[in-house]
Design a protein around this ligand. Sequence first.
Ligand code: ATP
Ligand code: MG
Length: 870
Amino acid sequence: MKSQDIRSKFLKFFEDKKHAIVPSAPMVLKDDPTLMFVNSGMAPFKEYFLGNAEPKSNRIADSQKCLRVSGKHNDLEEVGYDTYHHTLFEMLGNWSFGDYFKKEAIAWAWELLTEVYKIDKDILYVTVFEGDEEDGTPLDTEAYDIWKQYIAEDRILKGNKKDNFWEMGDQGPCGPCSEIHVDIRSAEEKAKVSGKELVNMDHPQVVEIWNLVFMQYNRKANGSLENLPNKHIDTGMGFERLCMVLQNVQSNYDTDVFTPIIREIETIADKDYGKNEKIDVAIRVISDHVRAVAFSIADGQLPSNTGAGYVIRRILRRAIRYGFTFLDQKEPFIYRLVDVLIKKMGEAFPELKEQRQLIENVIKEEEASFLRTLDQGLLLLDRIITHSNTKEISGNKVFELKDTYGFPEDLTDLILRENGFTYNHEEFDKKLKEQQERGKQASQLKSDDWTIVLEDDEQEFIGYDVTEANVKLTKYRKVTSKKDGEMYQLVFNLTPFYAEGGGQVGDKGYLEDASGDVVYIVDTKKENNVIIHFAKSLPKNVQGTFKATVDAKQRYRTECNHTATHLLHQALREILGTHVEQKGSAVHSKYLRFDFSHFSKLTVDELRDVENFVNARIEGKLPLQEQRNIPMQQAIDEGAMALFGEKYGDTVRTIKFGKSIELCGGTHVKNTADIWHFKIVSEGAVAAGIRRIEAITNDAVKDFYFENNRAYFEMKDLLNNAKEPVKALQNLQEENTNLKKQIEQLLKDKAKNLKGELKNELTEVNGITFLAKQVDLDAAGIKDLCFELGSQYDNLFLLFGAENDGKALLSCYISKELVAEKSLNAGQIVRELGKHIQGGGGGQPFFATAGGKNPSGIKDALEAVKSYIA
Ligand code: ATP
Ligand code: MG
């Protein structure tokens, strides 16, 4: 059965069981502070399980793109080495939100596997939760009894908390689960060891394919469990593993999900898969990683240096590295795999097809730039190897290569070993650990249970219409993090505060109760569909009624920038073309930032056209036309554009200003005239094919002009009120260049004269040509002098002292023959002489320098050096 059919059979099966079929949610999460990527099928439905939102149906089935490369589920290091863990994979799932429970979930899973897919019952094992004494949670007899109607009891295994109890996090919904495992070994192998012994033992042919989670408890902050009022079903089946079983192969990579990509890699690299383990690992890594990276880019997450973008960059770099080292790929090649990937997956995931160009460009550019890094790293490493006195390189150096230059440890290791070197692993690990600790501490968050103030915790957002309202607290909790210290999270029955989202920052403001007690709201964010207000303290009387007031000035400035962002988007599509697509935006009170797809730098004329276009619409005084809760299709028909990687409900809100229409949840000015003026302040590239514009509006524009004007007049003043200040500045620059040249020449002449003088001062001591003297040159000048004299005299020993900017410098030069014959070492000598100038230094045996803060000690050093040649 082809993989496409396997996927559609799954969906069809559950559709027949009255499930609503939904498309995969975007993989990159935007509004969940606890998770960067969807890592299981349930992640997009969290708010339903928590009861913060209503699903459109209480039965849903889907195939969800998952990425397990960070946080709790991180399979990255396994990928490529085993045959059944991927970074990106599809999780087929069926869901019951307070509807059916164990009986149906188990019956249907069994029916699908054994009757629809016709998997032989004799290769299946299932597990049930054995219970846990600490928790007081019992054996899942309910599941056990249901399973035994379908499968022989000796194939039902009892599993521990680690494998058979599922939790959303430290707190929240959780429950026992039943896993379904397959044993696809040969009969011969099976005769030797029973599959029973191998379940959950990391055997590549005895693997878990499906996990049925029975959500029936809620875990509280103190660790105790309570029963959930509504019980849910959450199941996840690994699509690629299912394909492996149904296509009768021994590895996910031998299914038709991967073989076309692998064939393409074989062709490009001229290497065969299945002949050499190292090459095979590399091919698996690359075929896996290209999928993860392509899907992320399609979802709008580009490789970058922070957060989710950095995770993606690291995945891609891992692939590049394996290609570089094991497949000899020194030029970009991974982008060439995108084509086959799209042929394979483009039907099920149209976002890939539509974004092909961007995906290819971004990957190619990333490859080229990382290959340059690798080249540079190789040079650095070469230098380290040639200059090392020992065969063991310090771990700190290797860490620096990785941390500062992005040169990976495993590659360093490989190259060092090839050259007969090693490095100090302990030192490296220590450094790495320190860095990871710092990262962990910064992000660690501890949260208390919610304290409920008002039972009825429905919440309403009224901030589109007002910025002030009387509100009541429904619940609150304390959270503690290293970064922000102690904070209180407050939830109200209704709120005028806009929560960060759609690029727009969260509102700030304050609460005031009847007694005049004031609490400041420093930020507003949305978590699992609940609007959370962040405060440094708790109101004195949590039962009270509060006047909640949004900082209206900041909100207004933010609105100017948000509306301007829409106009900017429209301008870019009109002026540059409809290939322009929004790739990210940040709307603050002080400025706006807009990222979009476009392939070249904007010219000055284009920038001017864009500004004029936006300003014409500001001058046109266009009123805000807002539609709330209209069907998605209607919005699209009216011309609104859905963005890739954005999650939309069935009904949406549209914002219209003239011909600009967008799907948008943000807040806006009532009329474009409010914006007063729009000004672009910068334009540049953020990645291959992605440009970024930063712009300002309103007050910020006034400040901008004022500051520029002031700078201009100050400059003019400094130029003695020149009539043509630009020309006057150019003249100054020219003059400056000429003067610099003259100084350089003078210094050269001086050094030459000095050299002549010094030659007469050289003396012979014990067969050594010697001079120790204070000179008036800088460090570079002295070095030149040393090496010039060095080329003219044998057996030379020089020590020069110099005073520059109140600091002392000693430079010691010793001819190489002398170094060898008399085992003199300039490095050691300057280190000792450094004491006289209260400093230290070092270098090579034939040339070394020391710097110090005591110039009056130079004389003593010049005197003391005589002892070395005596
Ligand atoms: P494993 O122990 O094999 O890592 P898991 O316990 O982490 O699996 P779940 O979190 O229960 O798996 O996920 C549900 C299903 O998703 C699994 O039964 C498996 O088929 C699939 N799956 C999990 N992780 C991966 C992965 N990294 N690559 C491919 N499929 C996976
Ligand atoms: Mg796992």
